[in-house]
Each structure stands twice: as C-alpha cells, then as structure tokens.
Design a binder for this molecule. Structure first.
Ligand code: SF4
Length: 139
C-alpha cells in the first residue's frame, strides 16, 4: 500500500486547538466537504487495501486541512488555497494537497459536478496579502 506522502502527526497543541475549534460553517464547510471528496477519491485509488476510507493517514491530513480552514484569516471570503497569497500549509501537507488536486480535480467534474463547479468559481476570487491590505488601508 502506498503511504500518504509526508504527513506527519500534528503537534499536540494542534490537536488541542482542533478540539476547541467550532464546526466549520458556510463556504468553509463546503470547501472542506469538497476536500473530503477529493481525498476520498485519491485514497480509494492509492490505498485500495486500507480497511476503510479515508485511511488513518489521509484522515490525519483532513484533520490538518480542517484546522487550517478554521484558522483561515480570510474567513468566508477566502480564495481557493491554490490562489492564496499566504498559503498557510506546511511543506509536506501542501505537496500532498497539490497531488490530491492534480489527481482528483478532473474526476470531481463527473463525481461531484456541483461542488467542482463552485470550486472553479471560487478560484476566480482574488484577495490581497494581509500586508498589502494593511498598506493600502494606510495610504
Ligand atoms: S492557504 Fe490561504 S486560503 Fe487556504 S486556509 Fe490557508 S490562509 Fe486560508
């Protein structure tokens, strides 16, 4: 079975924070649902012999992604993470997210067309880096 690449166990404070985090709502909840479907597609095709899907390592990635969404400084106005000027993911989960997008993105169009279309529309959203926004506010 292929290992989910490069996902390390989050530090204890991350887990602590996650338990304290209220459930995602609105666009953040929908984006997490899209991510869950994409990881599920990837996991079924790469971890086919796992007893359940998502497998524990992919589930760990999803916990990390959920926490990132909950802490996203853009909130409901967030861009897609691909177009984000901050990109708050650490290197390894960022690489894994890219791999999942590459694999599952095209498949989402037939499996979950509404979520896929909404994600494409979200991709048009542009946001400034918070530093730029701060500078513009001062100007
Ligand atoms: S990558 Fe950007 S848009 Fe995605 S959760 Fe992190 S800060 Fe928010």
């Amino acid at each position: 079975m292929n290992e989910t690449p490069h996902i390390k166990a989050p530090p204890p404070e991350h887990e602590h924070h996650r338990r304290e985090t209220p459930p995602l709502t609105g666009r953040l909840a929908r984006e997490f649902l899209t991510m869950r479907h994409m990881v599920d597609l990837w996991c079924r095709d790469h971890h086919g012999d796992a007893p359940s899907h998502p497998c524990p390592s992919c589930a760990e990635f999803l916990s990390y992604a959920e926490c990132r969404l909950a802490k996203c400084p853009y909130g409901q106005e967030k861009p897609t993470c691909t177009n984000c000027p901050i990109h708050c993911y650490k290197k390894d989960p960022k690489e894994f997210a890219k791999e999942v997008m590459r694999y599952s993105g095209p498949r989402m169009m037939t499996r979950h067309p509404v979520l896929a279309l909404l994600h494409v529309l979200d991709g048009r959203r542009k946001v400034p880096h918070p530093m730029e926004a701060r500078r513009a506010g001062k100007g």
